[in-house]
Design a protein. Sequence first.
Length: 408
Amino acid sequence: MRQETLPATGPLDSKTGMRYSSFVERTTGEGSRAWEIHDRASEMEKAGRDIIFLSIGDPDFDTPPPIVDAVMESLRQGRTHYTAMAGILPLREAIAARHHKLTGQRLDADAVVVTAGAQCGLFSAMLCLAGPGDEVIVPEPMYVTYEAVVGVTGARLVRVPLRAERGFHLDPDDLAAAITPRSRVLLINFPHNPTGAVLTCDELEAVAEIAKRHDLWVVSDEVYATLTYEQPHRSIVSIPGMAERTVVVDSLSKSHAMTGWRLGWTLSTGDMPGHLKNLALCMLYGCPPFIQDAALTALTNEFDEVDIMRAAFRDRRDLLVERLNAMPRIGCLKPEGSMFLMVDVRDSGLSSMDFAWRLLETEGVSALPCDGFGPSGEGYLRVSLSSPTAELNEFCDRLERMLRGLNS
């Protein structure tokens, strides 16, 4: 019997000629290529070059020692076996309590699903909410993984520009103009990465009204919720009518300097936690109990280190804003939150990509070109605040030297 040949759907392996699923093509894009400079900088450092890394959002502070002690004690107690798919109950209760403190929304432990970092939570939520034929609206510049997170679902990514003249705040009119009959999900990230923008209450309420009017799901990435400077973060779930259509994603990575611990969570209502739990069953089969025990310690105690870290980021922000705005042909807006700063290099005569590569090759500074974050990022670099003051001053000195070379 002749075997029916199905149409090819994915790329061929460059070495074996075997074919992959089309899924692998949807995990790439400009966002994934944004890290090429960071990877090159790592290679240069290994070869002996003195490199200043401002390209990654990893706090340069240690995880508070009691949290480290908690994981060690948990390991000694043999907490190395399977656990509940959605996370251990005490941790989910603590997450729900933290969420209530931050947003005013009361949820019980059943609303929480623990994931391997916020990135896993975003990926899981999007798989449950969008699919082929749907449209997912994302303000951009956007965090570099969002393109692939939307792409793997088969949905179409619709970009809404965040404009510099508005301080990179989302314009509700721009959002409304992007809505079509296929619009399904709005993915927002405020405090924002990479721009540092924090929406005002009026802006957030306008966004919520649009979501309700057009029956949109909202996925709210709030990993920087505790890292704001002049005004506190307000979650969209605090607005009446939004809780039942919103999935909040959060983690301890930025708030407690725990990026490598890979512990995050989702909060949602209705049937959504059950769907996310089913996905966790077939993807994660639960998160390590010893990591969850440490996260419980983080959430049920107050640490001076957390406040010290936030104050340090604010001081570093102020330093960079002052120094960068005194330089010729570049500038920056003062970020209202997160741990990043957008450097405007449009008057340098170079694209953001060319500027970033020259800064690395000539001065040994690794910063990300923001065109990898979306078209609205062209002409900007993202600089992380996750380096000590002395290193940030050295970065400014090296940048000034490069700019003098451009002007000569």
